[in-house]
Design a protein around this ligand. Structure first.
Ligand code: OXD
Length: 302
């Protein structure tokens, strides 16, 4: 490897600024090169390492010396582009604090629904002081995806008194599991097998009045079919931190669904210090020919 080759940074410069400072504090000698379309082919030809979130279309094919792609996020779906050469290694960020932050977001949304808050918010707007029967929330929660994030969501929800089951592809048929869930929390990676998994048939398999929380990827959900399930009352509501198109456009029909709570992919972000430390640890492994921490199996997609 060429120790002086710049690291290509694929991220919005404003969003990446804290990460750039964290890396500079730990490894001031490293040159981080923010991607721009004006970069010369000769510069791209020398790139061995990419740190980022998403490949601009066609870029991976223009990096003949590329050895390692390090995702500054938990998910790698936007980096797993078909033109990536077969031998290129990939790893991702695994940040326990991010997993906890996501679990807190999930707990907030599940509790909000389970304790009937949407009804009381509506009543407050109408100055209506009406009590409804309310017991401790002990609903059944199915967490789809049992990796670091899914397990942390499960741990926190179980501590709050919910009956939690984790589901992964080896657990058995999805629809049978959905049939026993008052809440479904999506924490799956996005792969060809999970894209569109939450569709009309999946919503129909859930008990009437179930609630969906998605902190994973918008492409898991067939949004037009979700809207139909909400409008028919099959689903009581959904909290969507991720959407099929991000940023959402003005005319996205999800904006108009009263039973949907939308947040802009903020459930939790990985800490720049953790990303910096894990990236530098990975770089040292790559240079010394040791196995990469948090390596991604490109075939599986996570
Ligand atoms: C993600 C992240 O993968 O924010 O969505 O880390």
């Amino acid at each position: 490897m060429n120790p002086t080759a710049p690291i290509l940074l694929l991220a919005d410069p404003a969003m990446a600024a804290p990460l750039v400072s964290a890396i500079a504090a730990l490894a001031p000698e490293l040159q981080l090169l923010p991607y721009s379309r004006a970069l010369e082919p000769a510069t791209l030809a020398g790139i061995e390492v990419v740190l980022g979130w998403r490949f601009p279309p066609g870029l991976a094919a223009r990096l003949p010396a590329l050895r390692w792609v390090c995702a500054m996020a938990a998910g790698v779906d936007k980096l797993l582009v078909p033109e990536l050469a077969p031998g290129v290694l990939m790893s991702r960020t695994v940040d326990p604090d991010q997993a906890l932050g996501i679990a807190q977001y999930v707990a907030m949304m599940v509790l909000r629904q389970a304790r009937g808050l949407p009804v009381y918010e509506q009543q407050q707007r109408a100055r209506q002081w009406t009590r409804h029967p309310m017991a401790a929330a002990r609903s059944r929660v199915l967490v789809l995806g049992w990796g670091e994030v899914g397990r942390e969501c499960g741990r926190l929800l179980a501590a709050l008194g919910f009956a939690v089951t984790g589901w992964q592809r080896s657990s058995g048929p999805l629809h049978a599991a959905l049939a026993c869930a008052d809440f479904v929390v999506d924490a799956l990676p996005l792969t060809p097998q999970t894209e569109g998994l939450l569709n009309a048939a999946a919503f129909a398999a859930m008990p009437r009045g179930a609630y969906l929380v998605n902190i994973a990827r918008g492409a898991h959900v067939v949004e037009a079919e979700l809207i139909k399930a909400l409008q028919s009352g099959q689903l009581a509501g959904a909290a969507l931190d991720v959407q099929a198109v991000e940023p959402m456009t003005d005319d996205d029909p999800l904006w108009h669904q009263p039973a949907v709570t939308i947040t802009p992919h903020i459930a939790a972000q990985s800490s720049p210090h953790t990303v910096a430390a894990q990236f530098l640890a990975g770089l040292a492994c790559l240079r010394e020919g040791r196995p990469l921490p948090n390596a991604v199996d490109r075939e599986r997609g996570y």
